[in-house]
Structure formats: structure tokens, C-alpha cells
Design a protein around this ligand. Structure first.
Ligand code: PRP
Ligand code: URA
Length: 209
């Protein structure tokens, strides 16, 4: 997989425009994020290894492809990661799930960890880390670092929006982890927000401030 993939699909870009609009409701924002997550999941799982299984149709026996290897893991960076997780689980219902509780300290922009729970055997599973926003990349870098410390070796990172600064920092810190995003925006502002962006993803999803 490429180091950075921007998903330019018309449906993704159309839905993202509505997510960016400041007047989009909480319910609308959540629904759009769920819809986009299906399309991002399709993209990030495009090259999963397959194997053939012998099956019987009502007419004949055949070799038919199925996913190979252990069930993959979605790792959601709380809170906003859950907005991507739900739709992805609709497409891959047998996936395992890790939760990583991180919030950004608003002064230092450093991630503060408050929760971590993941399946035991990460080393032989694909781990897809999900978080809508890659801003300074401090949260994503910490989340991936933690997963690697717990044994993960094959990871991908999926977000909705990224800042160029975040992409640069993340791919330097974890060059082995491909990034899939719906868009790369212009820049970060002096508070570490993506511009033009969509605001605070967690707050917009849950109606908090
Ligand atoms: C947001 C977002 C990312 C992080 C990105 O979470 O969901 O986790 O900020 O910023 P960074 O790249 O500069 O680290 P936030 O800390 O606001 O927590 P929340 O999801 O609980 O609202
Ligand atoms: N986190 C968000 O939710 N939005 C940003 O623009 C940056 C970090």
C-alpha cells in the first residue's frame, strides 16, 4: 500500500463537504461520518490477503476466495475514532476491537492517555487504527507506538482529515504505517486545529463543547 492514500471518491468528497459546514447538525455529522467510514474501510482493506476455499453452490463445487489469516483489529482512538469504528464493524463484523483513550492537552497539544484495551495477540493481525483527525499527529503517533509496544507489527492508519504537518510527522515517526485519508487540508492554526478543517470532531459528533 502507498505511504499516503487520499480517497478522492466523489461520494467521500461530497459527504466531507457537508461535514465541514458549520451548520451541519450533530445527527447529520454522525450519520455522514458513518457513511464515509464505509468507503474508507473499502479502501484500506483493498489489498487484504485472500485464500481459496472449496465450497458447493447449488450447481457445482468451486474454489472461491475468502479472507486469509487471523481476524483483523480496528483500534479506535477515543472519542472521535468511534465515529469511524461503527461503520467499519458493519463491513467487517468479525473484526476484533482495541480502544485507546487519548485526549489532547489544549495547552501543550501533547496526548494524555486515559485508557487502553486491546486483544492479546496483536503480532499476527492487521491492526487498522481509526481517528477522524490527524492534526499535529501527536495522538496518532502515541496510539501507534502503544500498539507496537503491545506487539502490533502490521498497521494502517485511517483518518478523515489530515494536516500536511501531521502527515509529515506521522510518516517520519512510523514510516511502516500507511495512511489513508479523505483529504489533506492547508495547515494547522496556532491552536493546533486543521484549517479549513471541520472543527473539533469529537465535539461535533457528540454535541459537546
Ligand atoms: C482529536 C482527534 C484526534 C486528535 C488529533 O481528539 O480525534 O485524536 O484530536 O490531534 P493531534 O493530531 O494534534 O494529536 P481530542 O484530543 O480532541 O479528543 P476527543 O476525541 O475525545 O474529543
Ligand atoms: N482535533 C480535532 O478534532 N480537530 C482539529 O482540527 C484538530 C484536532
Amino acid at each position: 500500500m502507498k505511504s499516503v492514500t487520499v480517497v478522492n471518491h466523489p461520494l467521500v468528497q461530497h459527504k466531507l463537504t457537508f461535514m465541514r459546514k458549520k451548520d451541519t447538525s450533530t445527527a447529520g455529522f454522525r450519520r455522514l461520518l458513518r457513511e464515509i467510514s464505509l468507503l474508507l474501510c473499502y479502501e484500506v482493506t483493498r489489498e487484504l490477503p485472500m485464500t481459496n476455499e472449496t465450497i458447493e453452490t447449488p450447481l457445482a463445487e468451486m474454489q472461491s476466495p475468502v479472507l486469509e489469516g487471523k481476524k483483523l483489529v480496528f483500534a479506535s482512538v477515543l472519542r472521535a475514532g468511534n465515529g469511524l469504528l461503527e461503520g467499519m464493524l458493519d463491513l467487517v463484523p468479525s473484526a476484533r476491537v482495541a480502544h485507546i483513550g487519548l485526549y489532547r492537552d489544549h495547552e501543550t497539544l501533547e496526548p494524555v492517555e486515559y485508557y487502553f484495551k486491546a486483544p492479546e495477540d496483536l503480532s499476527d493481525r492487521l491492526v487498522i487504527v481509526v481517528d477522524p483527525m490527524l492534526a499535529t499527529a501527536n495522538s496518532a503517533i502515541a496510539a501507534v507506538q502503544k500498539l507496537k509496544e503491545r506487539g502490533a507489527r502490521n498497521l494502517r492508519f485511517v483518518c478523515l482529515l489530515a494536516a500536511p504537518e501531521g502527515i509529515e510527522k506521522f510518516t517520519t515517526a512510523h514510516p511502516d504505517v500507511p495512511v489513508v485519508t479523505a483529504a489533506i487540508d492547508e495547515r494547522l492554526n496556532d491552536k493546533g486545529y486543521i484549517v479549513p478543517g471541520l472543527g473539533d470532531a469529537g465535539d461535533r459528533m457528540y454535541g459537546t463543547k
